[in-house]
Design a binder for this molecule. Structure first.
Ligand SMILES: NC(=O)c1ccc[n+]([C@@H]2O[C@H](COP(=O)([O-])OP(=O)(O)OC[C@H]3O[C@@H](n4cnc5c(N)ncnc54)[C@H](OP(=O)(O)O)[C@@H]3O)[C@@H](O)[C@H]2O)c1
Length: 281
């Protein structure tokens, strides 16, 4: 299986390439320097030349707060480029797995979101990612849209890495208690994305770490517990820590589709992540 990966130097992209290799597939990794997904002609040429069986789009504008002041920049990558990739993939008879986000929801439901729930993004980032989903669906090719959330992995900046650094140098940190979700290890997500790439199911799939939803505060407690850090974790509210982009309050993702791959509990993903950090320390 030839798997073309865009955004291949990103946190998730690196794990998708690694997982493909581990599965005996032939990964065709394109980092941003090798393929800028906003260059439509380059995307069409790369996909036509590579003739992949499937494409996983890990390229994205992921600066959630920065998107609020550059909607055009975020939309060019998250929406327009996703459509170009989808049409080029369809033309090459390659299946596309498009990675999307829990930020397509407003977080007001109060229970985990399933695939058929109505979307209502609260941020520019969420809106551009939803536009990307629509562009992929409209291209009409074989595709899966994988919504995920709260990613952490060895290959990039993320909340867990930030907390591990703070927890090692401070006596206490203050973390919000009123945003809940499911932390998701990119290593586990990558394996699930390959399942989707190998399958034939159309449309949206929700892929997040298994187990019970947790707040960022609760996630931090578990990070410190597993890492053996004695740093105190003080609670605070989102209102006390304003950011440019509003975040959904409760955005845990669950799946109502039997064919959607299920991920292991997020606590196991965290343990695996901490092991990997030790190996590479
Ligand atoms: N991180 C999360 O918590 C989270 C949650 C839900 C969904 N997601 C989704 O998961 C996917 C992967 O995110 P990630 O966490 O791995 O983020 P990431 O580490 O920021 O990776 C994104 C990659 O896309 C690349 N990129 C940006 N603009 C590009 C362009 N024009 N052409 C080609 N590549 C470009 C970036 O390159 P540069 O670094 O050089 O700009 C980066 O390597 C994204 O679709 C994101 O929306 C992430």
């Amino acid at each position: 299986m030839r798997l073309l990966v865009t955004g291949a130097a990103g946190m998730l992209g690196q794990d998708v390439v690694r997982a493909a290799r581990a599965r005996g597939w032939e990964p065709l990794p394109f980092a941003r320097a090798e393929l800028d997904v906003t260059d439509a002609a380059a995307v069409e040429a790369a996909i036509a030349a590579a003739a992949p069986d499937a494409v996983v789009n890990c390229a994205a504008w992921t600066d959630v707060d920065g998107a609020e002041s550059d909607a055009a920049g975020a939309g060019a990558i998250n929406a327009t480029a996703a459509g170009v990739l989808a049409r080029a993939s369809a033309a090459a008879a390659a299946r596309l797995v498009q990675v999307s986000t829990d930020y397509v929801f407003d977080g007001e439901r109060g229970a985990p979101y399933v695939e058929s729930d109505a979307t209502a993004p609260r941020s520019v980032y969420g809106s551009t990612k939803l536009d990307g989903e629509h562009a992929v669906a409209a291209a009409g090719g074989s595709h899966a849209i994988a919504r995920t959330q709260w990613l952490f992995g060895a290959g990039g900046r993320n909340f867990a890495a930030t907390m591990l650094a703070l927890g090692a140098e401070r006596d206490e940190v203050t973390v919000v208690t009123d945003q809940l979700g499911l932390p998701t290890a990119t290593a586990a997500l990558a394996v699930a994305l390959l399942e989707l790439a190998a399958g034939e199911s159309q449309g949206v799939h929700h892929l997040a770490g298994g187990g019970e939803p947790v707040s960022w505060h609760g996630f931090t407690l578990e990070i410190f517990r597993q890492a053996g850090l004695s740093c105190r974790v003080l609670p605070c509210t989102t209102a006390a820590m304003p950011r440019p982009a509003p975040r959904p309050a409760f955005s845990a993702l669950a799946s109502e589709r039997p064919e959607t791959p299920r991920l292991p509990p997020w606590q196991d993903g965290l343990a695996h992540y901490l092991e990997r950090r030790k190996v590479h320390a």
